[in-house]
Design a binder for this molecule. Structure first.
Ligand SMILES: N[C@@H](CCC(=O)N[C@@H](CS)C(=O)NCC(=O)O)C(=O)O
Length: 214
């Protein structure tokens, strides 16, 4: 049995749930022992990171490490293409999500927690997101990036897109979505693992945003 340490709001936990559900794997979820950032949790998961996976004696953190382990331990259905160059583009997309697009979104969290920000602060943050989305559109245009299967590189993006909608909607700072990214979102929505998980997260996201932005 797989155990996943999660919290309801964590974007990276959603990324991992999408992967596990798409793989058809049974797993149970547990909150971090002693709470987020606790010493008790760090006794189990040294980095204190969420999500973390427990599989037998293995305790593994970092959503990318978890994704690659799951793909190797449970190869069916495949979530990596066969061709080497296509595999590398999946990894590129996944890393782009974790190290570029998501951090641009994350810059908005303290603004929301503060109940809002100056027009200039919000514009700077949303301009950074817009720039990353434009880069993603170009990456998606690369023929080597196109796959028919849902891949490891596609699991983080849908929840980040929905957080962008939720937060930018709350801040009344709409984002202009590149057509290519909208088309990609529509494709992601053809996978039940994506839509079912997002549906469960929507009320939690809405509640979090509206609790801060009255
Ligand atoms: N790159 C990491 C990022 C994960 C991450 O930032 N997790 C947040 C929750 S969304 C977290 O662990 N926060 C608690 C902490 O850092 O102590 C991954 O892919 O797992």
């Amino acid at each position: 049995m797989l155990i996943l340490y999660t919290t309801a709001h964590s974007l990276y936990c959603t990324k991992t749930r999408i992967l596990l559900v798409h793989k058809g794997l049974a797993f149970s979820e547990e909150p971090p022992v002693g709470g987020v950032g606790s010493d008790a949790y760090k006794q189990i998961v040294p980095s204190g990171n969420l999500p973390a996976l427990v599989h037998g004696d293995l305790v593994l953190s970092d959503s990318e490490a978890i994704a690659e382990y799951i793909e190797e331990a449970f190869p069916d259905p495949a979530m990596m293409p066969v061709a080497l160059d296509q595999r590398s583009k999946v990894r590129e997309r996944s890393r782009f999500h974790d190290t570029r697009l998501e951090p641009a979104l994350r810059a908005l969290f303290p603004i929301v927690k503060a109940g809002g920000g100056s027009t200039e602060t919000i514009d700077t943050a949303t301009d950074a997101i817009t720039a990353r989305l434009a880069q993603l559109a170009r990456m998606l245009d690369d023929p080597l990036a196109a796959t028919e299967i849902l891949t490891l590189g596609d699991c983080g993006l849908p929840i980040t897109f929905d957080w962008i909608d939720a937060i930018c909607g709350g801040l009344k700072a709409p984002i202009e979505w590149p057509e290519r990214v909208t088309k990609y979102r529509q494709w992601l929505d053809t996978f039940p693992a994506v839509t079912d998980e997002l549906e469960k997260r929507h009320p939690i996201m809405r509640e979090w945003v509206s609790s801060h932005l009255k």
